[in-house]
Structures are given as C-alpha cells and as structure tokens.
Write a protein that binds this ligand. Structure first.
Ligand code: HEM
Length: 530
C-alpha cells in the first residue's frame, strides 16, 4: 500500500515541479527567437538574481549587465519573467527616445490601471494619447517663468532649514526622531533625514499650497504620509516584483501599489484647497494655482500662442499634485545627500563652491534671487557631476507601441509590447565616456569641457519627450538648499560618515544603508566675508 501512495505523490510532485519550471521559463527562448544577444537567465528570477538576493545594488547590477552587452550595442535581459531589450549604444538610445519616439511613447505599466486609478493618472504612468494631452497641459507649469514665480516659496524653505540648524547649534534640542547629535563644535546629522524633510516641506508649499515645518514638527501628517508614498524600498519593491512575476494573482488579490488611505489624504487636501481658493478668491504662486488655471483651460504656455486645451477633472488634479511626491521627493533628497557627501570628502571643491556662493550673495546684498542662483556656474557643475556619479534613476524604461526596426548592425525587430531598458548608471560609469569614472570631478561640466561629453551618454533626467518634466524645479530646489546651507555651514567628514559610499542592496532607491552622516560646522563672519 505504501509504495503506490509514494509513487503517486512523487509523480504529482515531479509533475508540479515540471509545470512550475515550464511556467518559470516560458519566455526564455524570447531573445533566441529574435536572434538577439542575451544574458543567461534563471527560472523565475531571470537576470535579476544578484539584485533580488542582495548580492548587488540595483545600479551596480544595471552596470554589470551593461558591461556584458555593450559590445553588442543592445541585448536581452529578464527582469524576473519580463523580457527587456537593453539599449547600450548612445546612437540607438537617441533613436528610441527622440528620433523614433512615436514607437516608444509609453513606459512599461507593471501595476494595472484599474488597481491604482490615481497612480495610473500620474504623468509617469499615463500612456499614449492620454499622456500626450496631460504632458502638453502640464508643460507650461514647469517653464522658467513659472519656476521664477515659485522661487520665493522654495527659498523660504531654505531659510527655514538653516534657521533650524542654527537653533540646534544653540540651546535648542530637536525632537528625538530628528537625526541630529551634537559633537563638540559640530552638529552631526543624517542628511537623508534632513533633506527628505526639506523636500517634503517644499512639495507641501509648492505643490499642495500648505506650509509645514517638518524639522520642528517632525511627525506632521503630511510628512508621515509623504514618506510612505515615496518609498520604493522594501514592501513596494515586493509588490512590484509580485506584478512582474504573476500579475493575474496580484490582481485577484487586489494588491495596490499605493495605500488607499494615503491617496485619500492627499486627494482631499488638493480638493479642499481648491474649494477654499475658489470660494474666497485666493491666489498663491504655487502648483495648485497653475493646476486650477489648467482646469479651466486658461494656463498659457509661453512657447505656444494657444492656451491649454485640456480641462482636468478632480482625479487628474490630485494625481498631478501627487506626482511631485512620486517623482520629486526621493530624487531631490538623493541629489542633495550625495552632493553634500561628495563636498565633505572633497574639501577643495567645497571651498571653491563656497567662494562662488559668498561672491554671489555679496553681489545681491544677501537677498538671494532666482537669477543669482541661476548664475552660479560652479554650483551647477557640482550638481551635474553628482547626478552623473549617482543618478537617482539608474535605469530607464520604455515600452514599444508600434512595430520597430532598431537601426543596429544587423537591424533587429522590436514588437509592440516589448519593454526597453536604458542603462543610465552603466553609461555614467563607462570610462569610454567619462574617463576615471569613479572620480568626483565637477570640471567635466565646465564650459571648456562639457562639449566633450558624447550626446546620450549623460541622462540623469532621461531623454526625449518623455524626459523629466520637473528638472528645472529639481535643480532650483537643490541649488537653493546648497546656497543657504553652504553660506552658513561647512560640511565635514565625521567618524560615522560612510567612506567609501556603498549603495544599498535593498530595493530600488539610490541610497546607503547606514545613512549619510556628516558634521556641520558653523562658518564665522570672517569666513563668509559678511
Ligand atoms: C533630482 C531630481 C530629479 C531627478 C534626477 C529626476 C529624474 C527623472 C527621470 C530620470 C525621469 C524619467 C525620464 C525618462 O524616462 O526619460 C523622470 C521623469 C519624471 N519626473 Fe523627474 N526627476 C527629478 C525631480 C523631479 C521633480 C521635482 C518633479 C516634479 C514634479 C519631477 C517630475 C517628473 C515627471 C512628471 C516625470 C515623468 C515624465 C513623463 O513621463 O512625461 N521630477 N524624472
């Protein structure tokens, strides 16, 4: 009796293993059939094993795949069970993102539209005609004239940041959750904690029209909800993997990418603010105001004589304000964390930058203006080099929407539905394009040198019509923070400062595990030349 039972269960078990294996490898002849070079895959995890099992960080893994495929100009990789064509050659990147953009207008939508409707309405996730309309409606929001209009709001957050730090140098003790310690003459602090709070306050004022101070009131709802929504690590990475691996099951379980409670919180802020402003005729120079104009179809685009055509509904408005969190919260804080870290470990570069800041402030009588910030060339070079070495988006995606022949040698077909991966981190760390790529050297971006950078090898804000719409805003925010901070403080390496920097192996966020600990030393009047 025991033997037939054993045989039965052994056969069932082996049968199940076979079915699982066949399911896990169902696509694995995908690139072979297309005659494309590809990396050897494993069942279910494709080529993402080293990232999934935390052997390599996401950016390092992108670079690792890029280094293996670069000689072929393009090649196939599997992100779990989803095939991606990785494009390594700059000319081909130009073809896909700019010249033949109409074949690649979308991103790969991993989380279905009906599961997360507000998330699906963000510009990042919209597709085809809907994306095109939303992008043209929103483009006027991000012109330099609108940035100038929002500059004061951003600068007020810079003042708030520095005043808080100066208070901490005195007798003020911040709440325990704020990661600041006193170490002799220095304030020792974790920069990601400080800069995510700074980025949060900017989004609150510039996008949602409300003032919060997340350094003095660290547990305010806006910050707590915002941190939840913009975290792409741990739980969210798992949900993403779940959809990549077995979308029907995730859909059946109704697993949402964004928490409904958080979406409801932000949506109600936007709708209440609009309601109050409409009833009381309030005008404030922020995104809500611009979105209200777009809603009425009267937001003028300075580059086009026509007024915006599309009218926005309430879900659209919430999604666009909410977009600042998704796209701008971590990326802006990340840029500031890495740039302050690089300045602390390169004091010569920091001194040169402080000289530029001091000179500029002297010229504008300490009253920092949009034009003054824009005129600082070395500041721009430092941020550009930080974005090269540590791009917050280490890999970009496109999805093919129309049959396409990649102009490679030999040409190769890309079909509708095929996903494309652009290895930004691989390009930025390629010694062919950036000699001695591990070296932090802002002079790569000086007027004399920047023309040596090969087009489409430097893509911190992406490329083509789907590139980052908020790049001006992001740079303005980072520059304002740096000017306020470095005019009053000098950044120092302390014992907790991570050297060398090791990018986390947990999740997609570009960050480090133990935090960006640095020391801040108050500058004397003699040093600043006041
Ligand atoms: C340092 C900060 C930032 C970096 C490095 C960054 C980088 C990027 C990158 C790489 C993309 C994808 C581009 C592509 O696929 O070609 C992107 C898209 C986008 N970014 Fe940013 N970003 C930053 C800040 C912001 C801010 C502050 C906003 C404000 C709203 C923003 C809004 C967006 C939007 C809406 C998209 C999607 C555009 C579309 O699909 O049409 N970003 N960003």
């Amino acid at each position: 009796m025991i033997i037939p039972n054993f045989m039965y269960w052994a056969t069932v078990f082996l049968g199940l293993l076979l079915v699982l294996y066949l399911y896990g490898t169902k696509n694995y002849d995908y690139f072979l059939k297309r005659n494309m070079p590809s990396l050897q895959q494993s069942p279910f995890i494709g080529n993402f094993g080293p990232f999934l099992f935390r052997k390599r960080s996401y950016p390092d893994h992108i670079k690792w795949m890029y280094d293996r495929l670069k000689a072929y100009s393009y090649g196939g990789v599997f992100q779990l069970m989803t095939p991606y064509v990785m494009i390594c050659n700059p000319e081909l990147i130009k073809a896909v993102t700019v010249k033949d953009f109409d074949h690649f207008t979308d991103r790969n939508q991993v989380v279905p539209k009906d599961i997360d409707p507000v998330f699906a309405k963000t510009l990042t996730m919209l597709k085809g005609e809907q994306w095109k309309e939303a992008r043209s409606t929103l483009t006027p929001v991000f012109t330099s004239s609108k940035m100038k209009m929002m500059f004061e709001l951003v600068s007020e957050c810079g003042v708030q940041l520095v005043e808080f730090l100066e208070k901490c140098c005195g007798n003020y003790t911040p709440e325990k959750v704020i990661k600041i310690e006193k170490g002799g003459k220095l304030l020792v602090m974790e920069m990601r904690d400080i800069f995510t709070r700074f980025a949060n306050d900017i989004i609150a004022t510039a996008a949602f029209g409300i003032s919060v101070d997340s350094l003095t009131n660290p547990k305010n709802d806006f910050y707590v909800m915002g941190s939840d929504i913009s975290d792409l690590g741990g739980k969210r990475a798992l949900i993403w993997f779940g959809y990549l691996l077995c979308s029907p099951l995730m859909r059946l379980l109704n697993v949402t990418f964004m928490s409904k409670k958080v979406i409801h919180f932000f949506k109600s802020i936007v709708l209440k603010t609009i309601d109050v402003r409409e009833r009381e005729g309030i005008t404030r120079p922020d995104l809500i105001h611009l979105l209200m104009q777009a809603k009425k179809g009267v937001l003028e685009d300075q580059n086009s004589p026509t007024k915006t055509k599309t009218k926005l509904d309430d879900d659209d408005l919430a999604a666009h304000a909410f977009q600042f969190f998704l796209a701008g919260f971590h990326s802006s804080a990340t840029l500031l964390c890495f740039s302050t870290h690089q300045l602390a470990v390169h004091p010569d570069i920091q001194v040169r930058l402080q000289e530029e800041i001091d000179d500029t402030l002297r010229q504008c009588g300490s009253n920092i203006t949009y034009e003054a910030v824009q005129s600082m060339k070395y500041l721009d070079m430092v941020l550009s080099e930080t974005l090269r070495k540590y791009p917050p988006g280490p890999g970009l995606e496109r999805c093919c929407v129309k049959e396409y022949t990649l102009p490679s040698d030999p040409p190769v077909q890309i079909h509708p539905g095929d996903a494309v991966l652009l290895p930004v981190f691989g390009l930025h760390r390629d010694p062919e394009y950036f000699p001695d790529p591990e070296r932090f050297d802002p002079d790569r971006f000086s007027d004399e040198n920047k023309h040596n950078i090969k087009p489409y090898t430097y893509l911190p804000f992406g490329s083509g019509p789907r590139a980052c719409i908020g790049n001006r805003f992001a740079l303005m925010e980072a520059k304002v923070a740096m000017v306020h901070l470095l005019s009053r403080f000098t950044l120092k390496v302390v014992s907790k400062t991570p050297i060398p920097l090791e990018i986390t192996k947990k999740g997609y966020n570009m960050t480090v595990d133990g935090g960006f600990w640095l020391g801040l030393e108050q500058r004397s009047k003699k040093q600043t030349g006041d």
